[in-house]
Ligand binder design. Structure first.
Ligand SMILES: Cc1ncc(COP(=O)(O)O)c(C=O)c1O
Length: 401
């Protein structure tokens, strides 16, 4: 193998000061130069819901890349439309949706916001300050306060525990009539896994809708089974009502299982408004056929193999195993998560970066946050109980010593 040369590559992020060279990845495993084979509890960058180099996806790419890869946006193919139809059916979405596909999650949220602004003729967006919506300058935290109302909802997380909580009342001063969209990320919050309470979300959705604003779901990370359902918003009852269906849904990551495709679903009645207007959005990778073909395969494999249900059960198994370690070691403050989107909040006796490194040495790649002192576990939906058992044995060993 050729020696890796990182000299000419710009480093745009801060990470652990260790060398980690990927050689090959398949299923839940990633082979590295420094640590040998690792079980990938981050699913690539939270995208490989089916695992790495899934055979159906590799086959789909190799069969189709030579046929129809990328076209000028003047050309049409059957794939974007068919992908929307197949996804809406598989995920059990109520209502009628149309959609477009681009490349990254940030672009998808940005396009959804532009569509909402255009139709409502309003500029303000409502969101939660903990929500991550992407890297573009208008989305990244801290967001421009003249255009965004970012609610600090830190007091809301005890809501489920107390029926007398009156915190939502503090938000009644919001001028909902100026809001183009409530941009809701149902549960990830930049990898710290905070799931906003149902009561708060019902309040914000109902008021936004009643005042003529839209609800945009940011499902970039929470989509495609990550939270134990097809989409994270499906944990929130408010969306069961016909009048509160999501207006726009931003997709990314799991949609391509690592292939760079993202998308926006928009209710068909709103799509008709856009189609009859002078709204314009063009970029190089609009509805690229190969990406759409890959995503259709992802939807098919998830459905055929019932991976949403399986992933949900694996998530329950993981949390149960982690809670047992919590009981035994008393070194874990909290195990938090939904489906296969989980974090372990460590107590002060263990530093997350050290635990991350020790897990690496034992054959596991996880996420971590030094700020929140937590270890993050977002494995593929195809993770096996034996792999979870192996991780838990090592984690326990690390925490006890
Ligand atoms: C909730 C959420 N929204 C948007 C994004 C941005 O997606 P991308 O990195 O593909 O641009 C991310 C990425 O982590 C995310 O987690």
């Amino acid at each position: 193998m050729k020696e890796v040369s990182a000299d000419s590559q710009i480093k745009l992020f801060s990470g652990p000061e260790i060398s980690l060279t990927a050689i090959q990845a398949s299923g839940t495993r990633i082979r590295t130069k420094e640590y040998g084979e690792l079980i990938d509890f981050e699913s690539g960058c939270w995208a490989n819901v089916l695992g790495h180099s899934r055979k159906e996806i590799v086959q789909t790419i190799s069969e189709n890349a030579g046929l129809l890869f990328h076209t000028h946006h003047y050309f049409s193919t059957e794939h974007p439309g068919t992908l929307v139809t197949e996804l809406v059916k598989a995920a059990g979405l109520r209502g009628s949706y149309k959609g477009n596909f681009i490349s990254s999650g940030s672009e998808a949220v940005s396009l959804a916001v532009s569509l909402a602004e255009y139709i409502t003729k309003r500029e303000k967006k409502l969101s939660l300050s903990i929500s991550y919506h992407g890297t573009s300058s208008e989305l990244k935290i801290p967001r421009n306060s003249t255009q965004w109302i970012d609610l600090d909802v830190s007091n809301c997380f005890s809501c489920q525990k107390s029926s007398s909580c009156s915190e939502c009342g503090n938000y009644s001063s919001i001028d909902f009539s100026s809001i183009a969209a409530f941009v809701f990320e149902p549960g990830n919050s930049g990898g710290i896994v905070l799931c906003p309470p149902k009561k708060l979300i019902s309040f914000l959705v109902e008021n936004t809708k009643a005042s003529g604003g839209f609800v945009i779901l940011n499902e970039v990370t929470t989509g495609f089974g990550r939270t134990g359902r097809w989409f994270g918003f499906q944990h929130y009852d408010v969306f069961n009502s016909e009048s509160h269906l999501p207006d726009l849904i931003a997709l990314g990551k799991g949609l391509g299982n690592g292939y760079p495709i993202s998308g926006v679903l928009i209710k068909s009645n709103l799509a008709r408004v856009i189609e009859g207007s002078n709204f314009r959005y063009v970029q190089s990778h609009l509805d690229d056929p190969l990406g759409c073909i890959v995503a259709r395969k992802v939807v098919e494999v998830i459905s055929n193999e019932e991976l949403i249900e399986i992933g949900n059960k694996m998530g329950q198994y993981l949390r149960q195993s982690l809670n047992e370690i919590r009981e035994e070691t008393k070194k874990i403050i909290e195990v938090r998560g939904r489906g296969l989107m989980n974090v372990i909040a460590l107590d002060q006796s263990h530093h997350s970066l050290e635990v991350f490194k020790k897990l690496l040495e034992r054959g596991f790649f996880t996420g971590y946050s030094e700020l929140h002192n937590l270890i993050r576990l977002y494995p593929p939906l195809t993770i096996k109980t034996e792999e979870i058992d192996r991780l838990c044995r090592s984690l326990k060993e690390i925490l006890i010593n």
